[in-house]
Design a protein around this ligand. Structure first.
Ligand code: ADP
Ligand code: MG
Length: 319
């Protein structure tokens, strides 16, 4: 039982994808999970098959009522196959973007409104997963004030380590005020393709944070993108690569303690490739994103510095 926030101030790195993958892994293992979609773009909401929700997180953040989120929680639109626990959702809406501006005017309660709105709900779930917007603004700060743990999602791409440093600094500043919470649950590398470029930046992240980068990484696979686009859990897809992707999310959820480590979820996702998938990905080229498969191998910037952290951004983006 606990609250985990999935963060990175950069868009497109896979926060929503990882949120959905963890929710699917939890559901498949019969664990109760609540996804809180805190991104005004509402990608987790649509990924969970909910369109045009009337009650959204925005309503729950209007005031400072303890437990207000309960009134907006709904069942996701995912069909729960036999043996699955249904996934619940606190849906987002574009109005959340205005709420962030309004929150900024509240000099006392701007940071912990989500924590207040979540009061009492945590006990109803094995895990609450907050999908954060691509910024370190007040919505993300609210997530960090509500969370017990933070999972940072990073792409193996240029300067990704700089972004991670900035998040870690912000988490540290909040944890100082909150008696050590949230803890950093880890950094998960997502969209790991088979280019040398990806391997280089992946290696940079691991060298900088050997104690934080978690296994397994989530590989770049067409099935992962397709699941979100079809508002379906990747565990329920049958196309090439889906079982291996589901197995990665199961392992990740096990590593985070969201499901039992040895979970062998219903739905046949115990694909033996789960143990070795990181070695070579899927055999069929169709399972990789075309862009990745076609990417030239030697696009690594020879000028890339050995330590991107040496070029850490200025502190202007900090809290
Ligand atoms: N492991 C992956 N394999 C293939 N596509 C992915 C993967 N992770 C993310 N994507 C795709 O990349 C895009 C951005 O991912 P998303 O999860 O929406 O990022 P974020 O929430 O950080 O903005 C989406 O179209 C998503 O389907
Ligand atoms: Mg997102």
């Amino acid at each position: 039982m606990g609250v985990i926030a999935v963060v990175n101030q950069k868009g497109g790195v896979g926060k929503t994808t990882v949120t959905l993958g963890l929710a699917a892994a939890a559901g498949a293992a019969g664990r109760r999970v609540l996804v809180v979609d805190l991104d005004p773009q509402a990608n987790a909401t649509t990924g969970l098959g909910v369109f045009g929700a009337d009650r959204t997180v925005d309503h729950a953040l209007e005031g400072e009522q303890p437990g207000a989120l309960r009134a907006v929680v709904q069942r996701s639109g995912w069909d729960a196959p036999e043996g699955w626990a249904p996934v619940d959702l606190a849906a987002s809406s574009p109005r959340l973007a205005q709420r962030e501006h309004q929150l900024a005017l509240d000099v006392i309660g701007a940071q912990d409104r989500l924590a207040v709105a979540l009061e009492g709900l945590v006990d109803d779930y094995d895990e609450v997963v907050i999908d954060c917007p691509p910024s370190l603004g007040l919505l993300t700060v609210n997530a960090l004030f509500a969370a017990d743990r933070v999972l940072i999602v990073a792409e193996p791409a240029a300067w990704s380590a700089d972004g991670v440093e900035q998040i870690l600094r912000n988490i540290g500043r909040i944890a100082e005020r909150r008696g050590g919470r949230p803890e950093v649950a880890g950094i998960v590398v997502n969209r790991l393709g088979r280019t040398r470029d990806a391997a280089y930046w992946d290696d940079q992240l691991r060298q900088l944070h050997p104690e934080l980068v978690v296994e397994p990484s989530v590989r770049l696979r067409a099935a992962v993108a397709e699941a979100a686009a079809q508002s379906t859990p990747v565990h329920a897809l049958t196309r090439d690569g889906a079982a291996a992707a589901a197995a990665e999310f199961d392992q990740l959820a096990g590593m985070l303690g969201i499901v039992e480590r040895s979970a062998d979820p219903a739905g046949g996702t115990s694909d033996p490739s789960g143990a070795t998938v990181e070695a070579d990905g899927d055999p069929s080229p169709d399972t990789m994103m075309p862009a990745d498969a076609a990417a030239p191998i030697a696009t690594i910037a020879p000028t890339a510095p050995a330590s991107p952290i040496a070029h850490a951004p200025s502190s202007t983006g900090d809290l």
